[in-house]
Write a protein that binds this ligand. Structure first.
Ligand code: AMP
Length: 406
């Protein structure tokens, strides 16, 4: 199938040509005709499948047909600021030849950005991409006329529910006109997503593109390594190798800060991104990484979903994510599109059991590599030991960076 068979308006087709998009991805082939028929839809699809364009293209097409109005017609709710910005950027490209306007609205900005958002909401940007909390703040002020809303989209809905946004989503939906199209995108389909879908969607089409399998272009391997040797291992992996852009993941922001500091100490210039940074700082770090000014970025799982940065050819999992699905999301930051990439995971003795869960999820065993010469022997891969959960753990610097006493 070609995009030309989907019957888009000329302005949309021109943008597709300009962006070099010829063939719709599987989710686009299934979703675009349904969205064009104004149907409600639930789609289980991960990032990297082309799901953003799957809803943006038919909506832009509808805006071209109707003509731009002075009221907001489309609301896209997303879990994170980064995703809001990224979707807005895709819309900017795809709407280049149309009159459609869009704005990303998210928390953490200053008074000036709140005023700009208010202006966009009152003078009618066609498409608003927003995080739930910030949007509720605007709704509560009473100036946003929701009567023009025709399309309501939830992206990464499972993530939003995990983050506790269920009530906010319901509150937003209640303020919108009853007659509207609802589209729900989620990377997974747990019961709470089915429940949300039954609350919000009318007679939806269901599409399932989800694969809990990493992209085949990713070469995966793992090291069994004690915490105190992990920085040395990164240093050994990177020294003299031709890795262009590297993303290091850790589940906890406090560890991200420590890893960043330690990498810089051993002569590997790195920046960290985590939820303690303010909005400007996060954006600046992300932009520097996108613009290739930073080669080595250390991040929490904030970046593991949805962020599309080209050219990352190595992902290092400094630890094991809490949620096995997040492993697939983390390593999916490399090998975007047709490229290939490498994903290396560091497993300590506490993480063997959780890593075995990941191996079951992805349906194969990840090759365990021998540690380089000069390294203390790592732990055995003992998947029978399940680390007891003792609530929120405090970061113990000594445990992380000093060799264990024999
Ligand atoms: P997404 O899953 O929406 O995050 O999209 C992943 C990447 O695929 C983005 O960089 C898109 O610009 C790109 N993309 C989406 N649809 C297509 C297409 N039909 N052909 C080529 N690239 C695409």
């Amino acid at each position: 199938m070609k995009f030309s068979e989907l019957g888009f308006e000329d302005q949309v087709t021109e943008a597709l040509d300009a962006m070099g998009f010829e063939t719709p991805t599987p989710i686009q082939q299934q979703a675009i005709p349904a969205v064009m028929q104004n149907k409600d839809m639930i789609a289980v699809a991960q990032t990297g499948t082309g799901k953003t364009a799957a809803f943006v293209l038919p909506i832009l097409n509808a805006i071209c047909k109707r003509g731009s109005s002075d009221k907001v017609s489309t609301i896209i709710i997303v879990p994170t600021r980064e995703l809001a910005i990224q979707i807005d950027q895709q819309i900017e490209g795809l709407s280049y030849f149309t009159n459609a306007t869009s704005i990303a609205i998210y928390g953490g900005g200053d008074g000036k950005s709140f005023d700009a958002e208010k202006k966009a909401l009152t003078t009618g940007a066609d498409i608003v991409i927003c995080t739930p909390g910030r949007f509720i703040s605007h709704l509560n002020m009473g100036y946003f006329d929701t009567s023009g809303v025709k399309h309501f989209i939830l992206d990464e809905a499972d993530r939003m529910l995990d983050m506790g946004f269920n009530e906010d989503i319901t509150r937003i939906a209640k303020k919108l006109p009853m007659e509207r199209q609802n589209l729900l995108f989620s990377a997974t389909m747990p019961p709470k997503i089915r429940q949300l879908s039954s609350q919000l969607l009318k007679d939806p089409i269901t599409i399932n593109i989800a694969i809990s399998k990493p992209n085949e272009g990713i070469l995966q391997a793992a090291y069994l390594v004690h915490n105190h040797q992990k920085i040395k291992l990164i240093s050994s992996i990177l020294t003299g190798k031709d890795h262009d852009y590297i993303l290091v993941f850790s589940s906890r922001k406090v560890t991200v800060k420590e890893i960043t500091k330690e990498l810089n100490k051993v002569g590997l210039p790195a920046k960290g991104i985590h939820s303690d940074l303010n909005q400007q700082e996060r954006e600046a770090v992300l932009l520097d990484f996108k613009n290739k000014k930073i080669k080595l970025l250390v991040a929490t799982d904030v970046l593991s979903r949805g962020i599309d940065i080209k050219g990352i050819n190595l992902v290092i999992n400094y630890d094991i994510p809490n949620d096995a699905e997040d492993y697939v999301h983390r390593i999916g930051r490399t090998a975007r599109g047709d490229n290939t990439g490498v994903a290396l995971t560091f497993i300590n003795s506490d993480d063997c059991y959780n890593f075995s869960k990941i191996e079951s999820l992805i349906g194969n065993e990840v090759r365990k590599l021998a540690l380089p010469e000069g390294f203390e022997e790592g732990p055995k891969y003992d998947t029978s030991y399940k680390k007891p959960f003792r609530g929120k753990k405090k970061f113990n610097k000594k445990k992380h960076w000093k060799p264990r006493k024999k």
